[in-house]
Design a protein around this ligand. Structure first.
Ligand code: GLN
Length: 247
């Protein structure tokens, strides 16, 4: 993995794309975790809420597109597509894109909703998502995956979409329990570099809160010499009150 040097600054810039529409099952909490850890490590945090029609902060280093209902994915789709070049430039220059569930699906070519509508995706990844067939159920429940880079990953999934990766795309991990990308091939998520940047997609909600090693990794890409506090979020809840977290 490349380390993105950004040593002249002591601030992390995080953008949440469409917080009103794409933050299902508390996906906003991924930003809370990053902000919390960064603050503990003495880094300033700037969080941008970027809604439809608003300009993305050109300094954005971590961009979150969380999960969304089919209806919300449809609402944001045309605005998202207009941002394709801007987002690929940001990622190409070293930013990280974190896509959770519906946000992960829209990184691919297309997502087919439960009523069969085709939503065009950003096409950053050569993958497609189709919905459950009439006899298939939504994939719902607590899930576990094993990742070569991060070890055991846990999360909560609730999706109708089935995402299929082509062989050249490596998943984030292998499903141990739950459905993962499609309920069939045991793949979960995606982790891939795009030029200098990183794309991480997952179906796991509660992702960075339940997997703090991944949050550490994402921050360390920008601050390589950072000593991350070893504490997990829950162990250090008593410290959170001393931090000004208004995200
Ligand atoms: N609407 C999408 C699906 O059902 C994504 C759901 C989600 O983000 N949890 O597959």
């Amino acid at each position: 993995m490349k380390i993105v040097q950004n040593s002249n600054q002591n601030t992390i810039y995080i953008t949440h794309l469409y917080p009103q529409h794409m933050s299902l099952y508390g996906d906003r909490g991924n930003i809370t975790v990053l902000a919390y850890k960064a603050k503990l490590a003495g880094i300033e945090v700037v969080v941008q809420n970027c809604s439809i029609g608003e300009k993305i902060d050109p300094k954005a280093q971590i961009i979150l597109l969380g999960g969304g209902q089919d209806n919300d994915q449809e609402i944001i789709k045309s605005d998202l597509l207009k941002r394709k070049n801007e987002l690929s430039d940001l990622i190409g220059n070293g930013s990280t894109f974190l896509g959770i569930c519906g946000g992960f699906q829209l990184l691919g070519k297309s997502y087919q909703t439960a009523d069969g509508k085709e939503i065009e995706g950003l096409n950053f990844l050569n993958m497609q998502t189709i919905n459950a067939k009439p006899h298939e159920k939504r994939i719902i429940g607590n899930a576990i995956a094993e990742s070569p880079l991060f070890g055991k990953l846990i999360g909560y999934e609730n999706h109708g979409g089935r995402t299929f990766l082509p062989p050249e795309l490596k998943p984030l991990g292998k499903i141990v329990q739950g459905g993962g990308n499609n309920g069939q091939d045991k793949t979960e998520g995606i982790l891939t570099e795009l030029d200098k940047g990183l794309i991480l997609g997952t179906y796991f909600h509660g992702f960075l809160a339940k997997n703090p090693q991944v949050a550490n990794y994402l921050l360390k890409r920008f601050f390589p010499s950072l000593k991350m506090p070893a504490l997990s979020l829950l162990e250090s809840m008593n410290q959170i009150n001393n931090l000004q977290l208004n995200y």
